[in-house]
Design a protein around this ligand. Structure first.
Ligand code: MN
Ligand code: MN
Length: 406
C-alpha cells in the first residue's frame, strides 16, 4: 500500500530503510520514518499541552538525534521562590539539577533598599545583573574594602570566604543571577552576620568590640537573610564612609560594554576571565546571536559549561560518545549544562536576538572550534575522513568564527 520504506510487513520484522544522510541510524529514528503511518505519532496518555508547546525539539527531535543523555535542561522559571519583605530568591543546585555539579545558580530580586544581609560562604560568588541597579560591598583578604554600584550587564566576583552585602537601588530595585563554583552550594547555606552575633554571649560581644553589652540589646534574634532597608545615599559618600582606597583589584566588570572577542553579522561574543577581570576564578562568555544565527560547533577542554538564557529562543544539540546526540529548547530564565569536551552548537530559533551566558569553573575561557580545527589540517586528511574533494575543502571557513554569520 504505502510507498514509504517504513510499513508494517505481514508479520515479519520491520524492513528498515538503509541509513541515509541526515538519518544515519539503524534502526532509523525520527518523525521522517513514520510517513504513511501516522499512528506512530499518537499520544493519547496524560500530557500537558502548555508545557509541550514550549519544547518542540523534545517532542519531535531531529532525525540525527540518537539515544538519551542525562537532563541538561532546567529553569529558574520552575524553581520555588523564597520570598521575604525586601526581595526573593530561587535556586538550582545539583540537588535540583543533577548534571550541574560544578556550578549552582541563584536568581534573586531586591526591592529598592532591600538588603541581602551581610554574609560569606565557602564558594566563590560570580554574578551578572539582569535588571535594575544594585550596590555591593565587600572587603578583600588584605582588609581593603570595595563599594560599587552595578546595573544590567555588569558582573561581580567575590572570592570564597570574603564577606559581602547586596542592596537594591531605585527605582525598581535589582535582579541578578549568582553562580557559586560548587553545584552543592545553596543560598540558604551561608554564614550570616546576624546568626553569629545572636549566638555570641553578650560579655564576649562587649569584650570584642570594646563597647557596653547593652549596645546589643536590640539585635535581631533570628537571622534576616533578605530584609527591607533604607535606600542608600550617593555612592561616593558610602565609599568615603567605608574608607575605600584606590588601587584595589576591581570586584566588578562591565561585561555587556566590553569589546567583543568575536563579532560578525551573526552576532558577538564578549568574554570576562582572569585576563581582563583579574579577580575572577569563574570565566564567562556573553553570547549574542542574531535571528538565523548560530553559535558554531565547538567544545570546551577545561570545564563544564553552565548556561543561563537571557533573551530570545534557542535550540542546543549536545553530542557525546555512544553516539549520543540530544536536542533541547531554551527560553529566557532557562539553564543548560554541557559537560566538558561534549560537542555542541546553539541556534537562534526565534525572530528576535537571542542571548545567553556560558560560565566555567575556571579562571580562563577555553574552547575548541570544529571549523578552526578543520582549517588547520592537511586537506588530504580531512578529504579522506569525510569523502570530500579539494574544492569542497576550499569552501570551508579559514578559522573560528564563534558565531556563524547570517
Ligand atoms: Mn553571597
Ligand atoms: Mn560552549
Amino acid at each position: 500500500m504505502s510507498t514509504t520504506t517504513q510499513t508494517r510487513t505481514n508479520g515479519r520484522a520491520p524492513n528498515h530503510a538503509t541509513p541515509t544522510f541526515g538519518n544515519p541510524d539503524l534502526p532509523p529514528q525520527g518523525r521522517v520514518n513514520t510517513q504513511g503511518n501516522p499512528e506512530s505519532l499518537r499520544s493519547d496518555g496524560p500530557h500537558n499541552e502548555v508545557i509541550e508547546s514550549q519544547f518542540p525539539s523534545q517532542m519531535d527531535p531531529p532525525a540525527t538525534d540518537i539515544s538519551t543523555q542525562p537532563f541538561f535542561w532546567s529553569s529558574f522559571n520552575i524553581s520555588p521562590k523564597r520570598i521575604q519583605n525586601g526581595g526573593w530568591a530561587r535556586e538550582l543546585t545539583s540537588e535540583d539539577f543533577a548534571i550541574s555539579e560544578e556550578i549552582a545558580g541563584v536568581n534573586m530580586h531586591l526591592a529598592p533598599g532591600g538588603i541581602r544581609e551581610l554574609h560569606w560562604h565557602q564558594t566563590g560568588e560570580w554574578a551578572i545583573m539582569t535588571a535594575g541597579k544594585c550596590r555591593i560591598t565587600t572587603i578583600d583578604a588584605e582588609g581593603r574594602p570595595s563599594v560599587d554600584d552595578v546595573e544590567e550587564g555588569d558582573l561581580w566576583f567575590f572570592p570564597p570566604g570574603l564577606p559581602h552585602s547586596l542592596q537594591g537601588l531605585g527605582p525598581k530595585g535589582a535582579e541578578f543571577v549568582l553562580a557559586f563554583d560548587d553545584g552543592r552550594q545553596s543560598e540558604s547555606n551561608t554564614l550570616l552576620v546576624t546568626d553569629w552575633i545572636a549566638h555570641t554571649p553578650p560579655d564576649v560581644l562587649s569584650k570584642n568590640f570594646g563597647v557596653p553589652k547593652e549596645v546589643f540589646k536590640n539585635i535581631p534574634l533570628n537571622n534576616l537573610w533578605i530584609f527591607q532597608g533604607e535606600e542608600p545615599g550617593e555612592l561616593e559618600a558610602d565609599r568615603a564612609a567605608s574608607r575605600v582606597e584606590r588601587g584595589t583589584d576591581p570586584v566588578i566588570f562591565r561585561l555587556s560594554r566590553s569589546k567583543p572577542v568575536r563579532e560578525n553579522s551573526g552576532g558577538r561574543i564578549q568574554v570576562a576571565d582572569s585576563r581582563n577581570f583579574k579577580i575572577t576564578t569563574v570565566a564567562a562568555a556573553l553570547v549574542t546571536i542574531e535571528p538565523g544565527g548560530m553559535r558554531e560547533m565547538h567544545w570546551h577542554p577545561n570545564a563544564d559549561e553552565w548556561q543561563y538564557f537571557l533573551r530570545g529562543q534557542a535550540r542546543m544539540t549536545v553530542f557525546n560518545t555512544g553516539p549520543r546526540a540530544t536536542t533541547n529548547d531554551f527560553r529566557p530564565g532557562d539553564v543548560g549544562v554541557v559537560r566538558k569536551n561534549f560537542g555542541h552548537y546553539v541556534e537562534n530559533t526565534g525572530k528576535d536576538v537571542m542571548q545567553f551566558l556560558e560560565l566555567f569553573r575556571s579562571s580562563r575561557y577555553e574552547e575548541v572550534s570544529l571549523a578552526n580545527w578543520f582549517s588547520h589540517l592537511p586537506p588530504e586528511l580531512l578529504m579522506q575522513h569525510l569523502n570530500l574533494t579539494r574544492e569542497d575543502v576550499e569552501m570551508f571557513p579559514k578559522g573560528s568564527r564563534g558565531v556563524v554569520p547570517v
